[in-house]
Design a protein around this ligand. Structure first.
Ligand code: F6R
Length: 610
C-alpha cells in the first residue's frame, strides 16, 4: 500500500528518497513521485509504473535539494496516472504525500472549488494540498496550517508536507496509517516503515495515533500529540541487520523467505520452550494473570493470518480445551458481537498495521474482553503497541507480498499459546511429546524443502490451467485455504480451498480433467475419510496431486494421481509442515507463468487502508 519517505538533511536527499522508495516497493504500488525543495522552490517528478520509471526521470532531470518528500501510490481514488500520483501540489505553495483515505474529501473539494481552487487529479489527497495553501495564505506557519487542516479531515492518513514558505521543514502526521521518524545525526527522516530508512539510520521513533511532527534542518524533531501537547517519544534501535531485507542469491524474495523457514522457526522457538511445556511467562510478565482469567478466545485477522487462526482453532480446542472463534477483521469490526465472560481477544498480523485488524482491536476494547494479545512480526507496530500483551514471531522482514515465513511462525506462536493454555489440561507426556516435536521441527521443515525439485517438476502440470481445487480435512482444511490463496495471488490461477467432505455438496460439479485437485493427506484420524473423498475426484476424471505421509496407501499407479511423500511429524504440527510444499508449488507455477512473484498485481504488502 502507499509508501512515504521524507528527509531533511545537510546533504542532497534525492538519492536517500529514491533508495527509500525502492525499499518500500514490496508494499505494492502502481506509480511513484518525488518533490524536492530546490532554491526555495518545489520541484517534482511523477511516473506511472515502477520506481525505475521515476529513476529514469531523475536521471534525465535530477532534483537536487536538502529537503524532500517521496511516495509510492496504490490507487484508491482515481486510476494510476501521473496526474494522480503523489506528491500533490497547490500552486507550488504546498506539496503533500499521503497514505490512507480522506473519507470526507468530496465535501471539502466542493468548498475548495467554490473558493477558486482548481483540481488536477481525481484523488482524495489533493484537498489536503489546497486546504493547506488556503491556511498558509492567512499567514499561519506550516505547522499550524497542518494542525488546523487535520481537524477538518475524516478517515485515515499518514502525511508528509512541505512548503517553500519554510524551505527547510517537513511536517508529518499520522492517524490510522503508519509513520515512523528516522533519527539521524543532524538530519531527520520520515517513512511508512523503518526498512525504507535503514541505509541512513537504525534509530526510529514510532509516532502515536494523532501525533504531528516537525522535522527541521539540523536534525531538529518536535512532536505534539493529539491534545496539542509537546511530547518526547522513545527512540528505538531497529534490530534487524540491513542484509535481512535483501534477496541474496535467490531469484525472488518469496523463494528466499520460503527457504528461511527452518531458521526463523528455530528463532521463534528460542527461549520459549520449557522441558515439558510452555510457561505462560513466555508471553510476557502480564501473561500468567491474563491466561488464568481466559475461558475462551476470539481470534481476529485477515488473509493468510486468518488462515493461521483457523488452524489454531483446531489446536486450542483439542489440546487446550479452550473454545475458540475465528473471524476476519473486516467483518468482525462491523458486527455486534456478544462477548462471553473471560474471552481473550487475539489478533494475528505480520505487519501489525493492517487497517481492519487494528480497527477490530480498537473496537474490541470497549466490549468487555479480558484482555488482548497480538501475535505479530513487526516490533513497535501499532498492533503491538495497542495490545495488552504481544508475542513477536521473529520471522525477520518479509518482503514478498505473499506471506510465507510469517504464516509458519504465526503457527509456531499459536502452538506455543496452545501449550501455555493447555498446561493444566493435557497430560505431561502429551505436552512433552509436542515440545520435542517443536524442537525437531526446523530439521523436518528442511527435509521438506529438499522436495523443491520434485515440486518444480509438478508445477508444469499447472502452467496452462485456469482453475484449481485444494482439499484438506480437519486442521488441514485451513492449509488447503492457504494453498489456494497462495496460488491465486501470485499465479493469478483461480483456486479454491475446500474441506474435502464438502466436495459432494457442490464443488464436485467442477471436477473434470482440466481441474487439478491438490490435497494434503497426513496420516491422521481423518485419512480414510479423505481417501474416500479423493476417490470421488478420480471417479469424475479429476487430476490429483497429493502431498502425503509415507505409507498412507494412496495408489498412484495410474496417470491421474501423483503423490509426493513428506517426512513423518507429530500429528499436531502437520498443518505447518504441509504448508511448505503448497508454498513451493505456487511459487514455481508463478515463475512458469512469468508473473511478478514478489509484487503481484493489485496487491499490497501492508494493507493500511480499509
Ligand atoms: C497473503 C497475504 C495477505 C495478508 C493479509 C494480512 O499472502 O499476505 O493475505 O496475510 O493482508 O496481513 P497482516 O498479516 O500483515 O495483517
Amino acid at each position: 500500500m502507499c509508501g512515504i519517505v521524507a528527509a531533511v538533511a545537510q546533504r542532497n536527499v534525492e538519492g536517500i528518497l529514491l533508495e527509500g522508495l525502492k525499499r518500500l516497493e514490496y508494499r505494492g504500488y502502481d506509480s511513484a513521485g518525488m518533490t524536492v525543495m530546490h532554491r526555495d522552490a518545489l520541484t517534482r517528478h511523477r511516473a506511472v509504473g515502477k520506481v525505475a520509471a521515476l529513476e529514469e526521470c531523475l536521471t534525465d532531470a535530477p532534483l537536487p535539494g536538502r529537503a524532500g518528500i517521496a511516495h509510492t501510490r496504490w490507487a484508491t481514488h482515481g486510476k494510476p496516472t501521473a496526474a494522480n500520483a503523489h506528491p500533490h501540489h497547490s500552486d507550488d505553495q504546498v506539496a503533500v504525500v499521503h497514505n490512507g483515505i480522506i473519507e470526507n474529501f468530496e465535501g471539502l473539494k466542493r468548498e475548495l472549488e467554490a473558493d477558486g481552487y482548481t483540481f488536477t487529479s481525481q484523488t482524495d489527497t489533493e484537498v489536503i494540498a489546497h486546504r493547506l495553501a488556503a491556511m498558509l495564505a492567512e499567514g499561519v506557519t506550516l505547522f499550524e496550517a497542518v494542525q488546523q487542516t487535520l481537524g477538518t479531515l475524516g478517515g485515515a492518513y499518514a502525511l508528509g508536507v512541505m512548503s517553500p514558505q519554510e524551505p527547510d521543514v517537513v511536517i508529518g502526521a499520522r492517524q490510522g496509517s503508519p509513520l515512523v521518524v528516522g533519527v539521524g545525526i543532524d538530519e531527520a527522516f520520515l517513512a511508512s516503515d523503518p526498512l525504507a530508512l535503514l541505509q541512513v539510520t537504525d534509530r526510529f521513533i514510532y509516532l502515536e495515533e494523532g501525533d504531528l511532527v516537525e522535522l527541521k534542518d539540523g536534525g531538529h524533531i518536535c512532536i505534539i500529540d493529539r491534545q496539542g501537547q509537546r511530547v518526547e517519544r522513545p527512540v528505538h534501535t531497529f534490530e534487524y541487520a540491513d542484509g535481512a531485507a535483501s534477496k541474496g542469491d535467490y531469484r525472488h524474495f518469496m523463494l528466499k523467505e520460503i527457504f528461511e523457514q527452518p531458521a526463523v522457526i528455530r528463532t521463534a522457538l528460542e527461549g520459549r520452550l520449557g522441558k515439558t511445556g510452555v510457561p505462560a511467562e513466555s508471553f510476557g510478565p502480564d501473561a500468567p494473570g491474563l491466561f488464568a482469567r481466559t475461558r475462551q478466545i476470539q481470534i481476529i485477522a485477515c488473509g493468510t493470518s486468518y488462515h493461521a487462526g483457523l488452524v489454531a482453532r483446531y489446536w486450542l480446542e483439542r489440546y487446550a480445551g479452550v473454545p475458540v472463534q475465528v473471524e476476519v477483521a473486516s467483518e468482525f469490526r462491523y458486527r455486534h458481537p456478544v462477548v462471553a465472560d473471560g474471552t481473550l481477544f487475539v489478533t494475528l498480523s505480520q505487519s501489525g498495521e493492517t487497517a481492519d485488524t487494528l480497527a477490530a482491536l480498537r473496537f474490541a476494547k470497549g466490549l468487555g474482553y479480558v484482555g488482548s494479545l497480538a501475535i505479530c512480526n513487526v516490533p513497535g507496530s501499532s498492533l503491538v503497541r495497542e495490545s495488552d500483551i504481544a508475542l513477536m514471531t521473529h520471522a525477520g522482514p518479509e518482503i514478498g507480498v505473499a506471506s510465507t515465513k510469517a504464516f509458519t511462525t504465526q503457527l509456531v506462536a499459536l502452538m506455543l499459546l496452545t501449550l501455555a493454555l493447555g498446561r493444566d489440561r493435557a497430560s505431561g507426556d502429551e505436552q512433552a511429546a509436542m515440545v520435542n516435536a517443536l524442537k525437531t521441527l526446523p530439521d523436518t521443515c528442511r527435509q521438506v524443502l529438499l522436495l523443491d525439485d520434485d515440486i518444480e517438476a509438478l508445477a508444469q502440470a499447472f502452467a496452462e490451467k485456469r482453475h484449481a481445487l485444494f482439499l484438506g480435512r480437519g486442521a488441514h482444511f485451513p492449509v488447503a485455504l492457504e494453498g489456494a490463496l497462495k496460488l491465486k495471488e501470485i499465479s493469478y490461477i483461480h483456486a479454491e480451498g475446500y474441506p474435502a467432505g464438502e466436495l459432494k455438496h457442490g464443488p464436485l460439479a467442477l471436477v473434470d480433467s482440466d481441474m487439478p485437485v491438490i490435497s494434503v493427506a497426513p496420516n491422521d484420524a481423518l485419512l480414510e475419510k479423505l481417501k474416500s473423498n479423493l476417490q470421488e475426484v478420480r471417479a469424475r476424471g479429476g487430476q490429483l496431486f497429493v502431498f502425503a505421509d509415507e505409507g498412507v496407501g494412496i495408489d498412484d499407479s495410474d496417470d491421474d494421481v501423483q503423490v509426493l511423500h513428506l517426512p513423518g511429524v507429530h500429528e499436531a504440527l502437520a498443518p505447518l509442515l504441509y504448508t511448505l510444499p503448497l508454498q513451493l508449488l505456487s511459487y514455481h507455477v508463478a515463475v512458469l507463468k512469468g508473473t511478478d512473484v514478489d509484487q503481484p498485481r493489485n496487491l499490497a504488502k501492508s494493507v493500511t487502508v480499509e
